[in-house]
Design a protein around this ligand. Structure first.
Ligand SMILES: Nc1ncnc2c1ncn2[C@@H]1O[C@H](COP(=O)(O)OP(=O)(O)OP(=O)(O)O)[C@@H](O)[C@H]1O
Length: 319
């Protein structure tokens, strides 16, 4: 894979707190890569370093063949979109999008702004003030404002997290469309697994300042290689094997009511289509679910279960 954006041995710290350690990552031109992981795993810090908002303790960042490690943000040709849109309230949508281009005295301003408006479907809103737009529309203005600068890389930090669930879905698809249409390389930060799975060409799963696993959404979802990755994508029953690794099952893969093992129901929850159970057993804690139409188990009840080998993923290590 060609390295359009390359992070090599990147170590990032705030004073004595090392937030990211010796991280290596290559991103191809035109790729949409998500940095995914729980709060505090170092996603935002990594993104801030690519943008030039913090200087690495060690390592190197290059973009399109150029070492940008020591360059200020303004000379890196990266765009940033945050969850708070930070639009200028006293400027129209048009002027918000034109702002950066004017500052740089760029040619063809009107055509580029019109193009930006069209890309995000806001042609009809050029003269509105930001306060007269919905949250999703404001987010689109922020996106267009970055896109018209034609950055080499667009960095998006949880850009959808201020939107309600319905709008998030719309904006997800919108982002994907814009990315495919413009061919721009995007790095997308999120803690939301389903968002990363839906949007990304590749997912970088992070844990404790390091990369846990990199893969396509399909690979991350169906073939996690560590206990952390498995748990993060919903393989909630994880048991050690003899070789230092383990096996993991999704709740739906656990067979209840028959099988060689026995446990006690310690938790039940109704979840619409499914009913979820926590079962305590000699093997450890088992998370299982059954169709809501199946007969419900009750707390304290003993239940037989099976963990079919052919429904498990094999983990290289737990942890
Ligand atoms: N300004 C700061 N000063 C000191 N430590 C910081 C600072 N910002 C972040 N950290 C620490 O660096 C680590 C990584 O933080 P970072 O913000 O990159 O995580 P994140 O994965 O983006 O989390 P979130 O999803 O909560 O934004 C955390 O341990 C955090 O406490």
């Amino acid at each position: 894979m060609s390295d359009f954006v390359s992070l090599e041995g990147l170590t990032l710290a705030y004073g004595n707190t090392v937030a990211v350690e010796a991280l290596n990552l290559s991103i191809a031109r035109g790729e949409l890569v998500s940095l995914l992981g729980p709060s505090g795993c170092g996603k935002t810090t990594t993104m801030r370093a690519i943008a030039g908002l913090m200087t690495p303790r060690a390592g190197r960042i290059s973009i399109d063949g150029r070492d940008v490690t020591r360059l200020p943000p303004s000379r890196r040709e990266v765009g940033l979109v945050f969850q708070s849109y930070a639009l200028f309230p006293h400027l129209s949508v048009y002027e918000n999008i034109a702002f950066g281009l004017r500052l740089r005295g760029e040619a063809g301003l009107d055509a580029r702004v019109r193009d930006g408006l069209a890309t995000v479907g806001l042609d009809a809103f050029a003269d509105r003030a930001p306060r007269d737009l919905s949250g999703g529309q404001q987010q689109r203005v922020a996106l267009a404002r970055s896109l018209v600068m034609q950055p080499k890389v667009l960095l998006l930090d949880e850009p959808l997290s201020n939107l309600d669930a319905r709008l998030r879905l719309d904006m997800r698809m919108e982002l994907q469309r814009v990315q495919k249409e413009t061919g721009i390389t995007m790095v997308f930060v999120t803690h939301d697994q389903s968002e990363a799975l839906a949007l990304s060409d590749r997912i970088v799963l992070m844990n404790g300042g390091a990369i846990e696993q990199v893969g396509t959404p399909e690979q991350i979802y169906s073939a996690p290689v560590t206990g952390f990755a498995a748990d993060f994508v919903g393989f909630e029953t994880i048991l050690p094997d003899d070789a230092g690794g383990g096996l993991a099952w999704r709740p739906g893969a656990v067979v209840l009511g028959t099988g060689p093992h026995e446990g006690t129901v310690r938790g039940t929850a109704f979840a619409g289509e499914r009913r979820e159970y926590i079962i305590e057993s000699a093997l450890g804690r088992i998370k299982a679910d059954t169709p809501a139409s199946a007969q419900a188990l009750t707390l304290g009840e003993k239940v037989a279960f099976d963990l079919p080998q052919d429904r498990a993923v094999r983990l290289e290590r737990l942890g």
